[in-house]
Design a protein around this ligand. Structure first.
Ligand SMILES: NC(=O)c1ccc[n+]([C@@H]2O[C@H](COP(=O)([O-])OP(=O)(O)OC[C@H]3O[C@@H](n4cnc5c(N)ncnc54)[C@H](OP(=O)(O)O)[C@@H]3O)[C@@H](O)[C@H]2O)c1
Length: 351
């Protein structure tokens, strides 16, 4: 079977580079186009990109000519990692022109009939695509999104508990890595020796996206989860890996051992169907008092596994714990690629 051809929109960026690497030697897909801003268009990828990965630029991409993000690319679908303002028009134009668009950006995440998907958690929401196509009068194209980089890690801490014990209330405090702001996002002098207690738009995303992801799709409408959630988001001087402190109140009151077992036993469709980039364990529970730590634990499962540690009783709500998730892999490039694998598995991507 021939591999499907992928175009990467935003291929020179922090997320785009991880996509280029993650697609090297992929069994189902190959990169046929790289696109970025008009400033980069026309250059060879290897000559223009500010490559910041330990592994070299894959040969298949090094000599590709960077294109502009217009829907004239020779590919079967696109994975987009553009800022929200750019994504608004570019992603819609691609979907309208007949391209499946797998997006990292926030712009369409909360739109009705746009699936916001973590393949282990709500793969069935993908089946809102036919509704979206008829609503937007798309022919072959459509939009599918993955959540914000913090929301993804957080949802691995919430979804297993909601399914088994019922979520009531969630308090979240984040310590988010610098790379989450993109390459041009933060000056070193602002973040070294510092914590910034504000990330534009982040708390609203973390307080809304989990409700859509943990909501139900009944074949006609995605309804939202009914738990309460409050988030405080901070930027800290860590390069990669978002750390999230969470307290939860649950409808049923499990024992601590049952809560840990619930995390440990959690698996989803990507594991059952053995998607190429699915981690063997979506969640690893760490027992050491001083873990998870970004420096030590962010690359578990090649960056696709969520680490959960310090699971213990909370004197105000029921339980509290600490989550660590790699923001550029599980939180962005790896999330989009796993969504592409889900779409392929379910027959929504064709050559
Ligand atoms: N970083 C994370 O942890 C993370 C996690 C989850 C989601 N995301 C989301 O992913 C998206 C990309 O983030 P990033 O961190 O990779 O950003 P980034 O490093 O700033 O990269 C931005 C990319 O967009 C391109 N671009 C900029 N303006 C453009 C335009 N007008 N038209 C077409 N392309 C344009 C850039 O190309 P040039 O090189 O030519 O300027 C570059 O390839 C954002 O929506 C972000 O919120 C990021």
């Amino acid at each position: 079977v021939r591999k499907l051809k992928v175009g990467i929109l935003g291929a020179t960026g922090a997320v785009g580079q991880h996509l280029v690497l993650a697609l090297e030697d992929h069994p189902w897909f190959e990169v046929s186009e790289v696109a970025a801003s008009d400033k980069s268009a026309g250059f060879k990828y290897g000559a223009r990109v500010n490559w910041r990965q330990a592994a070299p630029i894959p040969d298949a991409c090094r000599n590709l000519i960077i294109k502009e993000c217009v829907p004239e690319l020779a590919c079967d679908f696109v994975i987009a990692s553009l800022s929200a303002d750019v994504a608004k028009e570019v992603e819609y134009a691609f979907a309208q022109a007949g391209y499946p668009v797998i997006s990292n950006s926030s712009y369409y995440r909360m739109h009705e009939a746009v699936p916001l998907v973590i393949p282990e958690i709500n793969p069935d929401h993908i089946d809102a695509i036919p509704l979206q196509k008829s609503k937007e009068h798309f022919d072959k194209g459509y939009l599918v999104t993955n959540p914000n980089c913090t929301t993804i890690g957080l949802c691995f801490g919430l979804a297993p508990l909601d399914a088994q014990f019922g979520l009531e209330k969630v308090l979240v405090t984040t310590m988010q890595a610098i790379s989450g702001a993109g390459y041009t996002g933060l000056h070193a002098v602002d973040i070294v020796d510092n914590i910034i207690p504000w990330i534009s738009g982040e708390e609203a995303k973390v307080e809304s996206e989990p409700k859509k992801i943990l909501g139900r799709f009944d074949g006609r409408k995605i309804s939202y989860g009914d738990f309460a959630i409050s988030a405080q988001c901070n930027r800290v001087p860590v390069e990669d890996g978002h750390t999230i402190c969470v307290s939860v109140a649950l409808k049923q009151k499990p024992r601590l051992a049952d809560l840990k077992e619930c995390f440990r036993a959690f698996k989803g469709l990507p594991q059952e169907a053995r998607f190429p980039t699915a981690p063997h364990n979506p969640i690893v529970v760490l027992e050491e008092d001083n873990r998870p730590q970004p420096k030590l634990d962010r690359n578990l499962g090649a960056g696709m596994t969520t680490a959960i540690g310090r699971v213990r009783a909370c004197p105000i709500l029921d339980y509290k714990f600490v989550i660590l998730s790699h923001n550029l892999v599980r939180g962005a490039a790896g999330a989009a690629l796993l969504n592409a694998e889900l779409l392929y598995h379910k027959g929504y991507l064709r050559g």
